[in-house]
Design a binder for this molecule. Sequence first.
Ligand SMILES: [Mg+2]
Length: 353
Amino acid sequence: MANTLADGFDCLLFDLDGVVYRGSNAVPGAVTALERCAKVGHQCVYVTNNASRTAGDVAAHLRSIGIHVADADVVTSPQAAVSLLPDFVPDGSAILVVGGAGIDAVLIEHGYRPVRSLAQGPAAVMQGFSPSVSWADLAEASYAIASGLPWIATNPDLTFPTDRGVAPGNGSLVAAVANAVGREPDAMAGKPEPPLLVEAMRRRGGSQGLMIGDRLDTDVRGGSLAGLATLLVLTGVHSVDDLLGAVGPDQPDFIGVDLGVLHEEYPEVVVREISAGMEAECRGVWARIDEVGRVEVGGLGTWIDAVRALAGVTFASRNRGQDVEVPQALQALEAFTGTVAPETMELRGDHSA
Ligand SMILES: [Mg+2]
């Protein structure tokens, strides 16, 4: 059998929400795809920006939906943040924590001393999310940072999805402190910054990693910045219109409807110059963008291969400085396939990272 997409990598890094689960339910097809990874022997690691749950909590959640993982298969942003501390403070230092027990536990595990006030002599500030973070905590962090202490944040997510809607996330609370102290954190551990993914790769000892996610501006950008290959799956936040608008590091190397793509042979997308513009071809489907930005899709093939060809030619044209209008590209896809969304797209609609 031909090589699958996953066969090309020695470490698969999975984002969770919108990729593996959505709230308390597994994303359809995810459990089967991940079981197959385990059977084939692919190294898998699960990465999350969420600083309010421990790796053990996340692993237990994964096991509850039928995915067999050990606690050590999960890397959280507090774990990645702690891995950055040796660059800033001596071993065993006291660390002023803004956040919850998840951060305290990781600090203690690595020999640091979590404290809650400047009077306790901290050497650095670590800021992560907890629903119990108060104004007093943010004020204490501000005083400590203003006094010259280094400041490490677990993750930059501006929003935090809850059962009742969208609430402020850690990035919003970091911004509140930044407004007070007049500067940004010295380091940010979570996606799209590389430390979380670098820590995951280090833990697995991998050298050829594939970052798999549902968001272009966190998962794909983070993977690109960390030097990994990237796969966008269309089971979460970002859809084809977001994909076609992607620039620079937000442009994924691979595109799949869901995690099943890992076990398929990934078709080559051939991009070439043609007499009046650019063309990309994927397994019998072609997409063209001419010099005035007209987009056309044709040939014979599947919806996802049309998306791959269209993304290929859109990125190539945009990267050469040609303005490509997303609505035009979507129209061309719709004219070819009759829809801009495969049937599984009805499952979208969760807006969490
Ligand atoms: Mg996600």
